[in-house]
Write a protein that binds this ligand. Structure first.
Ligand code: HEC
Length: 193
């Protein structure tokens, strides 16, 4: 009995030492250490910032429309025409804004806009540089070009303009890694009235 007590007593400092190392405060380097790679961060941001909501064609499921994994982030499908707007008064400024059931196209006072192809195909962002992507998100320039037109609603670029640069890099890194899908999204159309 005495011997067991002695062994326990001898082990105590070792146990305390382990305890102390575990609780030692993190160094500045450890605090700053990235928890995830830009690719992982980009995937996380694309998922939580709702890019799929507008940029992914949908399939109907028991829970309602969901992004189609086979066409993820490829924009409004070029072969899907929009139904005719029979009552033009409804989309007059101050009246209704209409969304396609896949939420990849919208009609409002700005005209008709089609969500862009964000996959790394030539019909998407395949040929884009990081600089172009940054300009599209922070200055709302179409194709990220200096002389590009200003992106139309409902693309929420005025909010994305506040993104930290490392997050823009992460989103771009992730989008460049997804499956390229060939889909030339239609050009926007002027207001119907
Ligand atoms: C509420 C809908 C909506 C959401 C959410 C959205 N977008 Fe968009 N986005 C659009 C529409 C519509 C366009 C096309 C606008 C136009 O043609 O002027 C667009 C255009 C773009 C463009 C420009 C493409 C080009 O060819 O110039 C980029 C880049 C882009 N979106 C990236 C994103 C990213 C990244 C996210 C998520 C972080 C996102 N968008 C979320 C609707 C949306």
């Amino acid at each position: 009995m005495k011997r067991i007590f002695l062994v326990a007593l001898l082990l105590l400092p070792a146990l305390l030492a382990v305890q102390c190392t575990q609780e030692s405060p993190k160094t500045a380097e450890e605090e700053k250490a990235p928890l995830e790679s830009p690719l992982q961060r980009g995937e996380y941001l694309v998922n939580v910032m709702g890019c799929d909501d507008c940029h992914s064609p949908k399939i109907m499921t028991a829970h309602g429309p969901e992004p189609d994994p086979a066409r993820r982030l490829s924009g409004h499908p070029s072969q899907v025409p929009l139904p005719a707007i029979t009552d033009k008064k409804m989309v007059a400024p101050g009246e209704w804004v209409l969304f396609h059931p896949m939420s990849t196209a919208a009609v409002g006072p700005w005209g008709t806009s089609f969500s862009a192809n964000l996959t790394p195909d030539d019909t998407g962002i395949g040929t884009w540089s990081l600089e172009q992507f940054r300009k599209a998100l922070t200055q709302g320039k179409s194709k990220g070009l200096d002389d590009g037109r200003i992106l139309l609603p409902p693309m929420p670029w005025p909010q994305y303009a506040h993104l930290k640069d490392e997050d823009i890099v992460a989103i771009f890194t992730y989008l460049k890694s997804i499956t390229p899908i060939n889909n030339p999204v239609p050009a926007p159309q002027p207001p119907v009235m």
